[in-house]
Design a protein around this ligand. Structure first.
Ligand code: GCB
Length: 599
């Protein structure tokens, strides 16, 4: 009887482990990782008939079974192996004309063999899937993930076979009113397995996660934690930073958790000195290595202080749009090109709009010395009163912070963009701010807030959200959606808060190579003139501590159909989608040069 009970409880454990989704950190040295990138077999399924039967009931024999006819009379109406392929990572829209405007379900299948030695564990890790992913291995459901821009993984230790595994993912990018983002955005809803997919092998008890950062308010003290996952939770764990002659040992508790805290004499990370240390976390049963930079970030009145010194954030906004080829960016080359352009502009700061960008982008920013603002797609008119929507936003926020909490480049988490005032919106966003602070006490919290005219020449920042933010963010389109560029000349900015302001967006559309006078819309001259007027207004705002104009490069948007000009591109880029710099690029570059030299 006792034996039976043991077997039963083990089975329960096994089945719950098989479906468990944990935030396994993946992109660290020391993990055995097998890439599943490349061509995957795909089936386009606009009616979701691979999931529902004709009565719209879930079908137990959906496409995830990857069935084959057993004999010549058997009826199977799909065949992955004879279907077209799509490249992973990659959005589907730019890989096939059929899929350019498609919003719906595509099924992906990849087969693989894997010899997993006993005592080892295996996970399948997805960098991101836009928007909902239902994941199956060998016909069994592993789970579902919602949210198009954050990583997730499932343990497959008990399900994986030596030969002939088939991993099937149903990816659905249908927009929904209750989702995050909601129905209306100003970017392309690129669908698919947009980031890398890999198998990650670990030891039985492994280093699940760690936070190793300067303690808030100090520049010579590291604090954080290490967490193990597995059966052997009490272990001695060493943290080593050989270059800084640090070697400290801690003991994890019965939950596999150890708080860490020690003094450190460090060469601090900054845009001028993007110093990364090789950091080793060594448990008895697992070891990982990471490259971590240490810097402090805080505010004092209207100042932003990096490593204790005031800094002006010379920024630029960026979408995760691939330079030159278009589509979702995912590669190191994409990140190097985009960040390289930002450097050329004279930027020390990038606002990654409007969702968490791929991890390679953040790691490149760490290497190149670019400060980052990272945000979740709580954009425009989210369903503020829907508890499931809040839960979804909180989860996306957690996943972003879990992934990037050790990256020096990230200095600001932003919780929302241009969200209309209401009590429901305020309590939703307060919840997110509190959640972000509970997960990460070291970074600044911001949002692109609302602001309004109190008379025709005064803009007032008094959005109640400002109360709980560290840094105020404002988007304004004076000269584009709001009057003509010269309107900026007489504008004065006031704030209710003694806090730093980042002008998180301003700009104008211009088609590269389209010329005219400074009052002709869509010309490079209009955009250039608007930037001149904007800069003279911005110079006069006493509490301004950063700017991130909209936007580095043209990006695709279904809201932008004007033929011959937009052709479904938002043309507010300082650089065209083909990499050509517009006149306004040089205006901004000149101002940033001045700002850099002034300090
Ligand atoms: C905004 C939004 C941004 C849009 C931009 C525009 O305020 O935050 O997502 O793309 O304006 O071009 O209208």
């Amino acid at each position: 009887m006792k034996k039976l009970l043991l077997i039963v409880s083990l089975c329960v454990f096994v089945s719950s482990v098989a479906a468990q989704q944990i935030d396994l950190i993946q992109n660290v040295d020391g993990r055995k990782t097998i890439s599943l990138d490349g061509q995957w077999q795909t089936i386009i399924d606009p009616y979701e008939s691979g999931f529902y039967d004709y009565r719209y009931q879930p079908n137990a024999n959906g496409y995830f079974k990857n069935a084959k006819p057993r004999d010549k009379s058997d009826l199977i109406e799909y065949d992955f192996d004879k279907s077209a392929t799509l490249k992973v990572p990659g959005d589907w829209n730019t890989q096939s004309d059929q899929l350019f405007f498609y919003e719906g379900t595509v099924w992906y299948k990849k087969s693989f063999d894997y010899e997993l030695r006993s005592g080892r564990r295996l996970f399948v890790h997805f960098g991101a899937a836009n928007y909902v992913a239902d994941v199956y291995l060998n016909g069994e459901k592993l789970g579902q993930h919602e949210g198009g821009f954050t990583p997730f993984n499932f343990e497959i230790t008990r399900l994986v076979r030596e030969r002939g595994n088939f991993l099937v993912v149903k990816v659905d990018n249908k927009r929904r009113r209750d989702a995050v983002p909601t129905l209306m955005t100003d970017w392309w809803n690129y669908g698919g397995l947009t980031r890398p997919v890999s198998l990650v092998e670990t030891s039985n008890t492994f280093i699940h996660d760690y936070s190793i950062q300067l303690q808030k308010g100090t520049r010579d003290r590291i604090s954080g934690w290490v967490r193990l996952n597995g059966a052997q939770l009490r272990q001695r764990v060493m943290i080593r930073v050989p270059e800084a002659r640090i070697s400290r040992s801690f003991t994890t508790d019965a939950n596999g958790f150890a708080a860490i805290d020690f003094n450190a004499d460090l060469d601090l990370w900054s845009p001028e000195n993007p110093k990364l240390y090789d950091v080793r976390v060594e448990a008895e049963t697992d070891q990982v290595r990471d490259q971590i930079g240490f810097r402090s970030i805080e505010t004092r009145g209207t100042e932003i202080l990096l490593n204790g010194r005031p800094i002006f954030l010379r920024g630029i906004c960026m979408h995760e749009e691939a330079p030159l080829r278009g589509g979702r960016a995912y590669s190191r080359e994409d990140a190097v090109t985009l960040l390289g352009w930002a450097k050329e502009l004279g930027a020390n700061f990038v606002r990654l709009a409007h969702y968490p960008h791929n991890e390679v982008m953040i790691r490149e920013a760490d290497r190149m010395g670019m400060l980052l603002w990272s945000e979740i797609p709580v954009y425009w008119t989210i369903q503020w009163e829907n508890p499931a929507t809040l839960e979804n936003a909180r989860k996306q926020l957690s996943e972003m912070i879990v992934r990037d909490k050790n990256r020096a480049a990230v200095v600001i988490w932003s919780v929302a963009n241009e969200t209309p005032l209401s009590d429901a919106r305020l309590s939703f966003l307060k919840n997110l701010v509190a959640h972000a602070r509970s997960l990460d006490s070291t970074r600044l919290i911001s949002a692109a807030m609302e602001r309004h005219y109190v008379n025709s020449t005064t803009q007032m920042i008094d959005d109640p959200l400002g109360e709980i933010l560290d840094v105020l963010g404002c988007n304004e389109y004076v000269g584009w959606y709001d009057g003509l560029p010269r309107k900026a000349d007489r504008l004065e900015w006031k704030s209710k808060y003694d806090k730093p302001l980042i002008m998180s967006e301003f700009g104008a559309d211009a088609l590269y190579g389209h010329h005219g006078d400074a009052l002709t819309r869509w010309t490079e001259e209009y955009q250039e003139d608007l930037y001149r007027h904007q800069i003279s207004m911005l110079r006069k705002i006493p509490f301004l501590r950063g700017t991130s104009p909209w936007i580095l490069m043209d990006f695709r948007s279904p809201r932008r159909p004007l033929p011959g000009i937009q052709d479904y591109w938002n043309r507010k880029g300082l650089i065209s989608n083909r990499g050509e710099k517009k006149k306004a690029f040089y205006v901004m570059q000149q101002w940033y040069r001045e700002l850099r030299e002034r300090k």
